[in-house]
Every structure is written in structure tokens, then in C-alpha cells.
Design a protein around this ligand. Structure first.
Ligand code: ADP
Ligand code: MG
Length: 731
């Protein structure tokens, strides 16, 4: 067998693959019956729970307050019976530890009972789980010998049935908490931040005379980008298997330069896979809405309709899991890495965020009357102030080893956090700030609460894709978050910093109005007095231009906006004094929790770089170098044969010479990388992370460049790993 068997036989196999048949026939099945059919929904709860228990449970869910433990047993029985009728054999507490992904421990319902078994699931089983927490990252929150942590049921996020190839599992969304009460996962801080934004916003609404709303909730719509690569290729790439991204790979002749993939017709094999992903997701109540081809070849996007953040975040995490599973069934590997392929776009996760009141709806919706407009402008201004004052904190929520390859790479928002508002809103703010006529000269001086705002465009025309934080008509879209990241961190931070700004605004308004219960006229006057200064202070963060340009980087520096291009420098901010004070004030993170997160993220960053470096080394030494040497032998043999035949070919000599030069350089780069890896790394987490970035990653990049150069000259039949062309275009 020739050496190229692996790649050529993969192509031959894929050529014969037919799109899989549908998982569901929608001519037979009504999608409305499928939606949430595996969720312990409100309707199911009402049907199955005693009335008083149902009411208590709903009260818990709606208030966001603690659960009355007396009702847990009743709920557990109903949930168990419903789950067993749905085929469940196991239940699991499902949580989001600080690994960035999800974790689950399954327990069977069966309990031995005098020779047979009974199906048991008590209130205690529902409310609390005790996974051995010692192997999850805690960043020093919990010594390993004191392994106890527990998971606590989150009744606001519905339990659901997850179908597997051989059985069904009842999945219970939970928080992960240390024995001493610290948050070990992503959910607890998110819920705490939701309480913070609720309290602050209610306070503001009261100043505006809105006393009906009792609860404010943040909403999240997370757009997920991903790549699909045929397994026959992906499994032959140790870099994809180990790291989720390619560590070698020469640029293919065709990339994304024709712009022919974005919103292009979706191939049948892919759409079959997408349809099954969606089918699995809507069964568990994830409201999947949108699917399309993305910019890079082989890249796609899926987006749900927004929901309350806590639920949407859970749905987002299970979405990634389902995408992985279903793509595997269809012969694909699904890549969530932020930059799986050099030279083409990477993947993000746009986090769409807004706040809504139980009475009154979306608060980032400009209203139809002057009063609503004034409230909208006040909240918008608070959001802008928050982003301006806590930009590094937002940057942290998008910081990861993977996303470092994406942010600022002229395809994704830069690492400088700025806000896009669009021309019209910016003009409105300018008018407020100056207290004069707008620059455009069209609008009169804006009297908040009295005059009307100009009608704002709601459509997608006025878009700026290069902005990390864009106002898109009735919500903000935070575009820096990476495709592989849990969106909870971003939501937690946005909620908290906006809560702080809303509180600040309330304080200032009360001061200016000299009363805690201003009349409408007093409030409008106070707004007129307070807002100009706030706008003036946050004005530098507003940028409507092209965020990809060098000019913006220079301009941002002049404006004093922080530019934190890599993860370690961003993480340095996480436990700075003002950040600690902010989170403490709102009870979202304690100092200990922040310290632990810094430690964990830095360690994670260094570990990822170490795995990548080791994989680069192994691939270079055991796959690429041998292939290059074999090719060198072929060329040398050809040269010798020609010479023996009396032909002294200069071309042959040159090919051989150039090749030898590149191989020598490649070999030397391998040695440099090996030395960088073997070097005693600094012990302190920050220093270690920086060492990995500055020395090890740099050595990897050098090695890659030479490896890729060899790929472009080496005999294709000898090249041992699937090429970019194959992975991106052959399905
Ligand atoms: P795009 O043009 O950015 O693709 P869409 O308007 O289609 O944007 O919305 C993208 C995402 O934003 C969807 O998930 C959508 O549900 C979500 N979204 C819309 N309104 C809100 C809101 N009020 N809060 C949070 N997310 C929202
Ligand atoms: Mg979007």
C-alpha cells in the first residue's frame, strides 16, 4: 500500500457518502408537538403536581428566591414518574464547573429492595447532589483533601429528558457550590447578577413612576458558530483530536476570498445533520430559530430565539453537546474552537443581551412616547457608562487561549472594547451632552421626557460587524465572546456592571431632584442635569467606524481605551481593587471567588498551550519531518539517477538544495520548541502563562511556518495529514 492511503481512501469513502435520511418526517409529525416534548414544563408540572405544591414551586421560580424544602419530595415524585414514563432509567445533576464545559454524574433510579428493585428518587436526590468535587478546578477554593462540593437544583431551569442511544436520562440543571458556599460553577454568579440587575433597574423604574414591574430579568440570545469536518479527515489529525484546532496546514488555493459561502445554499449532507441537531434541541425545549452557512468554508451558524439568561445559558451549553453528538452520527466532527483554521475566519458566539420587566417588556426598546424615550435613554446611557468604566472586565469574559487567535485578527472585533450605537443614537447623545442642537442640525435641543426621539432604524441595514459591543435596535450584541465559551460569564458581567451604572444614575438623579420620589417634571429636569456629564465621561467608548483598522487602534490609544490583546494581560484585571469592590457590592463574586477564577483561567491557558506545544512537537517529529525526509530522498535519488545518465540538472540540484535548507530550518525549529517546552517554567500562574505565550507559542508558530512551507513543496502522496483543502471543502 502506498503511503497516501489514509488521505486518498478518505476521499474515496466520502465521495460515496449519501446525506442521511431525516431523523423526523415533518409531514407526519407536527413540530409543535415535538417542541419541549421532553421537558418537565409548566404544563406538565400543573398536570402532575398537587395544586398547592405547584403554586409554591411557581412562586419559587418567579421570585428567584430559595426553595421551600417541604415541597421537594412531592416535586421529586412527579418528576420521577414523568421521567420513567418517558423511558428514563437514570437521573443526573447537570452543572457547569469551571472547566468551561458541562459535567454530569448519572445515578440509576433503581434501589435494591428484598430481591427486586424499586424506583427511587427523593426530594433530597432532586435538591442536592454530591459529586466528588476534588477533580474539578477550584483555584484554591477548596483543598483536595476537603473534596466536598455539592450541586443544588435550580428550579428556574426546567429539567428535561436526554435521549441516548440506549436509554434516557433525566437531566436536572444545578448550581455547583463548595461546602463553604463559594460558587464553583458558572450558574450561581449568573443568578446572583440577575438579582443585582433586577434590584437596580426596579429602583430606576420607580423613579420613572413605574411601580407595576416586580422583577427585571436579563435576556440572552446566543448565536453559535461552528465548523463541520468529515471524520475521515479529522480523525487523522492529532491536532484536531487533541486541541480542536489545526497546528499545521498550508493555506489552500481557495479560501473564503470569493465570499461564496456566507448565506450560500446549504449542502444536503450538512442540512440533514442540522435538521437532526434542531430536532434533538427542540425536543428539549431549545427554541432554535436560525441556521445558515457562515463566512469560512465548512463553517456554519445556529441561533435560538432569546430567553431569560439563565435558561438560555443552560440551553446554550446543551446545544454545544447536542451539536457534537449529532454531527458524529452524520460522520462529522464539530469544531467549536475559535480558530480551527489559520487564514480563514474563526468562530464566535454573539451574546445578544437585553433586560426586560415582567410588566412593560424590553427596556432597551425605544418607546413610542417621550416618557418611554427618556427611560430608554437613561438605561442606554447606563449601559454605555458600564461598558466604558469596566471594559477590561468585559474583555476578560471573552479571554481564552482559543479566542486570543480570533480577537483582533481582522475578522472579529478587536481586543479593544468599544460600543457601536449608529449615527442616529450617537447624534442623540451628542445633543444631550452639549445641550444644544444636534450636529446634523435637524433635531432641536432634546428635552428628555418632553420631546420625541427621532425614529430609530430597527432593521439590519445600519450594522457594523466590526464592533465588539453593538446596539442593534432593541438589544446589545457582544461579539467578542468565543464560540467555545460559556456565555454565562459575559452575562454575569454585563448584568453587574449595568446594575452598578443604573444605581449610580439613580443616586445622581435623586441628588439632583433633591427627593427620592420626584414628580415627572422634577425627574425630567434632573435627567437634563445629570445625563450630559455621564455622556461626556463615557463618550470615548463610542465608536461607529471600522474596528479592524490600525487607525482605530491608534485612535483608541489616544482616547485612553484599554487594549488587552491576550488572555494573561486581560486576566490581570480580574481581582483589581475596584473590580473586587464592584462584585462584592452586588454579591456576585467574593474576592476569594475572583482570585480562584484568575488562578483557574491562567492555569487553563498555560495547560492548553502546553498540550498544543506537545502536539506540535509530536506531529512535527513523527509525521511531518519523516515525510519531508522521504521526499528529500526521492529528489536525491532522482538527481543521482539523472547524473548517472549523464544529465547534470541544475533544477534538480536547486530543488534538493532548497528542500534541504527548509528541512534543516524545520528541524532546528523543532529543537527550539522542544527546548522551550523542557525549560523550567516559572511557578507563579501569571508568569507561567506569560512564558507559555511569549516563548512556547512563539516557538510553535515558527515550527508551524516551516512545516507549512514543506507541505507546499512536498510530494502530495507523501504528506501524511489531511490538507486544508480537503478538510474545508470535501464533504
Ligand atoms: P443578527 O442580525 O445579529 O443575526 P437577530 O436579530 O436575528 O440578529 O438576533 C440575533 C439573536 O438576538 C437571536 O438569538 C435573537 O433571539 C436575539 N435577540 C433578539 N431580541 C433580543 C433581546 N431582547 N434580548 C436578547 N436577545 C435578543
Ligand atoms: Mg448577530
Amino acid at each position: 500500500m502506498s503511503k497516501h492511503t489514509v488521505r486518498k481512501s478518505a476521499i474515496d469513502t466520502i465521495a460515496k457518502v449519501k446525506p442521511a435520511g431525516g431523523a423526523v418526517d415533518y409531514l407526519e409529525t407536527d413540530v409543535r408537538d415535538v417542541y419541549s416534548c421532553n421537558v418537565f414544563t409548566d404544563t406538565i408540572q400543573r398536570e402532575r403536581l398537587p395544586k398547592d405544591i405547584y403554586k409554591k414551586l411557581q412562586a419559587t421560580i418567579n421570585s428567584g428566591k430559595g426553595l421551600d424544602s417541604a415541597i421537594a419530595d412531592s416535586v421529586a415524585v412527579a418528576m420521577r414518574d414523568w421521567a420513567i414514563e418517558g423511558g428514563a432509567t437514570h437521573y443526573c445533576h447537570w452543572f457547569q464547573p469551571m472547566t468551561g464545559s458541562t459535567a454530569e454524574k448519572h445515578d440509576s433510579f433503581i434501589e435494591p429492595d428484598g430481591g427486586g428493585v424499586v424506583m427511587k428518587f427523593s426530594g433530597k436526590d432532586l435538591v442536592r447532589g454530591e459529586p466528588d468535587a476534588s477533580s474539578f478546578p477550584s483555584g484554591g477554593l477548596r483543598a483536595t483533601f476537603e473534596a466536598r462540593g455539592y450541586t443544588a437544583w435550580d428550579p428556574s431551569s426546567s429539567a428535561f429528558l436526554l435521549e441516548g442511544p440506549n436509554g434516557v436520562t433525566l437531566v436536572i440543571p444545578t448550581m455547583f457550590i463548595s461546602w463553604t458556599g463559594e460558587a464553583l460553577g458558572a450558574k450561581t454568579p449568573l443568578l446572583r447578577s440577575d438579582a443585582a440587575i433586577s434590584n437596580a433597574t426596579l429602583r430606576l423604574l420607580k423613579l420613572f413612576g413605574n411601580n407595576e414591574a416586580t422583577r427585571i430579568a436579563s435576556s440572552l440570545g446566543a448565536e453559535q458558530e461552528y465548523f463541520l469536518v468529515d471524520k475521515h479527515f479529522a480523525l487523522h489529525r492529532p491536532d484536531l483530536t487533541n486541541c480542536g484546532r489545526t497546528l499545521f496546514g498550508a493555506k489552500p488555493p481557495k479560501g473564503q476570498e470569493l465570499d461564496d459561502n456566507y448565506f450560500g445554499a446549504i449542502e444536503e449532507r450538512v442540512i440533514a445533520c442540522m435538521a437532526e441537531m434542531e430536532y434533538e434541541l427542540i425536543k428539549i425545549g431549545v427554541p432554535i430559530k436560525t441556521r445558515h452557512n457562515e463566512v469560512a468554508p465548512g463553517q456554519f451558524e445556529l441561533a435560538p430565539t432569546f430567553e431569560a439568561s439563565n435558561i438560555a445559558a443552560d440551553h446554550q451549553m446543551i446545544t454545544m453537546e447536542i451539536l457534537r453528538r449529532v454531527s458524529d452520527r452524520h460522520g462529522f466532527v464539530c469544531l467549536f474552537h475559535e480558530k480551527p483554521f489559520a487564514g480563514v475566519n474563526g468562530s464566535g458566539k454573539h451574546v445578544n443581551w437585553s433586560i426586560g420587566a415582567d410588566v412593560g417588556g424590553n427596556l432597551l426598546n425605544p418607546g413610542d412616547n417621550p416618557h418611554d424615550n427618556a427611560q430608554f435613554i437613561a438605561i442606554l446611557a447606563a449601559c454605555c457608562r458600564a461598558v466604558h468604566n469596566y471594559a477590561p472586565l468585559l474583555r476578560i469574559t471573552a479571554a481564552s487561549a482559543g479566542n486570543d487567535h480570533r480577537l483582533g485578527a481582522n475578522e472579529a472585533p478587536p481586543a479593544i472594547i468599544s460600543i457601536y450605537l449608529g449615527a442616529q443614537l450617537t447624534d442623540v447623545l451628542d445633543t444631550i451632552e452639549s445641550g444644544k442642537k444636534s450636529k446634523a442640525g435637524k433635531t432641536k435641543p432634546l428635552e428628555l421626557g418632553v420631546s420625541m426621539l427621532p425614529k430609530l432604524p430597527r432593521d439590519a441595514g445600519d450594522r457594523n460587524r466590526t464592533s465588539p459591543f453593538a446596539f442593534t435596535g432593541n438589544k446589545f450584541e457582544f461579539r467578542a465572546v468565543g464560540s467555545n465559551q460559556n456565555p454565562s460569564a459575559a452575562i454575569t458581567v454585563i448584568n453587574t456592571i449595568v446594575a452598578e451604572s443604573i444605581d449610580y444614575l439613580c443616586d445622581e438623579l435623586v441628588k439632583a431632584a433633591k427627593t427620592k420620589t420626584p414628580t415627572e417634571a422634577q425627574l425630567n429636569k434632573a435627567l437634563q442635569k445629570v445625563l450630559p456629564k455621564i455622556v461626556k465621561d463615557f463618550r470615548p467608548v463610542i465608536f461607529n467606524g471600522d474596528g479592524y483598522t490600525q487607525e482605530w487602534k491608534d485612535e483608541a490609544a489616544k482616547r485612553g481605551l484599554p487594549n488587552l490583546p491576550t488572555t494573561p494581560e486581560a486576566l490581570d484585571y480580574i481581582n483589581k481593587k475596584d473590580i473586587v469592590a464592584l462584585f462584592k457590592k452586588y454579591g456576585v463574586f467574593s474576592k476569594k471567588e475572583l482570585d480562584s477564577r484568575k488562578e483557574i483561567h491562567l492555569e487553563n491557558y498555560a495547560s492548553i498551550l502546553k498540550i498544543e506545544a506537545d502536539t506540535t512537537l509530536v506531529m512535527a517529529r513523527t509525521m511531518l519531518l519523516p515525510a519531508a525526509l522521504k521526499y528529500q530522498t526521492q529528489v536525491a535519488e532522482a538527481y543521482i539517477s539523472l547524473k548517472a545518465a549523464g544529465i547534470d540538472s541544475e533544477t534538480q540540484a536547486n530543488i534538493l538544495g532548497d528542500l534541504a535548507g527548509t528541512i534543516d530550518a524545520f528541524s532546528a525549529s523543532i529543537d527550539t520548541l522542544a527546548a522551550a517546552i523542557a525549560h523550567d517554567a516559572p511557578a507563579a500562574a501569571m508568569k507561567h502563562a506569560c512564558y507559555m505565550r511569549d516563548t512556547v507559542l512563539a516557538a510553535m508558530n515558527e515550527c508551524r511556518e516551516l512545516g507549512d512551507a514543506l507541505e507546499t513543496v512536498c510530494n502530495d502522496e507523501l504528506w501524511p495529514i489531511p490538507s486544508y483543502n480537503e478538510m474545508l471543502f470535501i464533504r
